[in-house]
Write a protein that binds this ligand. Structure first.
Ligand SMILES: [Zn+2]
Length: 480
């Protein structure tokens, strides 16, 4: 069974989803009295539900990056900041993900989700700058800014909670779609206050995590400069007003911290190189450019350029040349996650799955929990026609990580190879769920039920339970 790739929907549709939210049931029965007037409007449980629904909607746009290494890096960087984020509720966990888009942007939304655009990673010129923008978003979460805006909007205008949420999202500069900017105008001051707070607290997070606090003003300056030269300012600025004093305020605040230079990690340099390749409009031109740079030794970072060159060859389907370029790098850096996983990717495309398997097995000893290592390994088991080993690898994955769409794509393949059509339907159902398509997910489970036709009571019970859960979720989605 082949899944049809969902057609591209612009992010604006995901945002508009919020406009459809009519009312959020004010159930605070399960809420402890925390004396938080804002929290009374939306319970933690509702916030998590709305956040998860939103995440599924955003995935459904097809904009969420499927690049395992880029996502793993952003989570790795984010995990260095999280210990210093003062979360008001323990059961809201921070979840980072990457949006594959050239715009310079990042945003946080309900339920602890933080989106980082590949454009932002690429536009940053140091890891502290990137961490600065991420720390700012984390501060919006820890200070519950979206929640506060909802409550205050409701006070200002007689609107439904759903409408208030929409207005709040519009007021959150990073989240807005410019189309709707007019709506947010009346609350510009309010946003500015929140921005100042997010800048202040974000910088504390940045400094505590031992990044350079100047990363934040540096990132703002970079955005401000790029808007001077380009026809169009970066999204972050369109939607995230860089008022007169913002750079100088953050700059003088950064001065109050002890100066700390922090070199970029190799992972940061390699991930940026990877994004440069992925977003190139003319890959052959880029390859020529790297060749010239490497020949004349005019490179800022030789390792990153050599890596980018090998990866660009692979992206241009020049697999043997890519292999020749990555092999010496891989031999020189046997413990580097990005280089080793990329070498395995190239070996797989170059019809050398056995070599890739050995490479990943060595790497798994160094990085037993790595999402990229485990999922690439499961993929290789499918290539090597070892579906049982693929299943075992995926089962292990599920015990340590939350499954993402690519997990269910691999599961579907493995189940299909084993001739387990019910398993294929179930994997498809979960894939649709993660992509915000509950109705198609339920269709898959109903097909599985038909196929089972009461032959196995245990399977029947499992499918019916999951169907009931999906139906309940659909009902709750309709209510908000
Ligand atoms: Zn902000």
């Amino acid at each position: 069974m082949k899944l049809t790739k969902k057609s591209f929907k612009p992010l604006v549709q995901a945002i508009c989803f919020i406009l459809m939210l009519q009312s959020i049931s004010p159930t605070h029965a399960h809420l402890p009295d925390l004396g938080n007037e804002h929290r009374e409007a939306v319970s933690v449980d509702d916030e998590k539900f709305i956040g998860a629904t939103w995440m599924r909607e955003i995935r459904g746009t097809g904009m969420v990056s499927q690049d395992l290494l880029v996502n793993e890096y952003i989570k790795h960087l984010g995990n260095k900041l999280i210990p210093y984020v003062d979360m008001p509720y323990n059961d809201i966990k921070i979840k980072f993900f990457v949006i594959n888009d050239k715009t310079i942007n990042a945003f946080a939304f309900f339920g602890g989700h933080v989106a980082v655009f590949t454009g932002l990673i690429y536009a940053s010129e140091s890891e502290s700058e990137l961490a600065g923008a991420m720390a700012h978003e984390l501060a919006h979460i820890s200070q519950e800014h979206i929640l506060q805006q909802i409550t205050d909007n409701k006070r200002m205008m007689p609107i439904t909670l759903g409408g208030a949420l929409a207005a709040a999202i519009i007021g959150m500069p990073e989240l807005i779609v410019p189309v709707l900017a007019g709506y947010g105008q009346h609350q510009l001051n309010f946003s500015r206050q929140h921005e100042q707070e997010a800048d202040r607290i974000g910088m504390q997070i940045l400094a505590k995590a031992k990044f350079d606090p100047h990363g934040l003003p540096n990132m703002f300056e970079r955005m401000s400069n790029s808007s001077r030269f380009d026809n169009k300012p970066p999204e972050y600025l369109l939607t995230h007003p860089l008022y007169d004093t913002r750079i100088s305020d953050t700059r003088s605040r950064a001065e109050t911290y002890v100066y700390r230079q922090r070199p970029n990690s190799q992972m940061y340099n390699l991930v940026r190189a990877r994004i440069e390749v992925k977003s190139a409009s003319n890959i052959l031109e880029l390859i020529k450019n790297y060749e010239q740079k490497l020949q004349t030794k005019r490179v800022v970072n030789e390792l990153a350029t050599r890596y980018a060159y090998a990866y660009a060859l692979a992206e241009a389907d020049k697999h043997q040349a890519a292999y020749n370029a990555i092999l010496p790098l891989a031999n020189e850096h046997p413990e580097d996650l990005i280089i080793q996983v990329t070498a395995a990717e190239i070996e797989r495309s170059n019809h050398m799955p056995q070599a890739a398997k050995i490479r990943l097995e060595k790497l798994a000893k160094l990085y037993p929990d790595s999402v990229s290592v485990i999922l690439h390994y499961a993929d290789l088991m499918i290539v090597l026609k070892q579906p049982k080993l693929a299943l075992k690898t995926l089962q292990h994955f599920k015990t340590i990580h939350e499954p993402e769409p690519v997990y269910y794509e691999l599961l579907r393949h493995a189940e299909g190879m084993l001739g387990n059509q019910i398993g294929v339907f179930e994997a498809n159902a979960e894939w649709y769920m993660l992509n915000g398509d509950t109705e198609n997910a339920m269709k898959q489970l109903k097909m599985a039920l038909d196929l089972n036709a009461k032959k196995d009571e245990r399977i029947k019970a499992r499918l019916e339970t999951r169907l009931e859960q999906m139906a309940a979720l659909l009902e709750r989605e309709k209510k908000i």
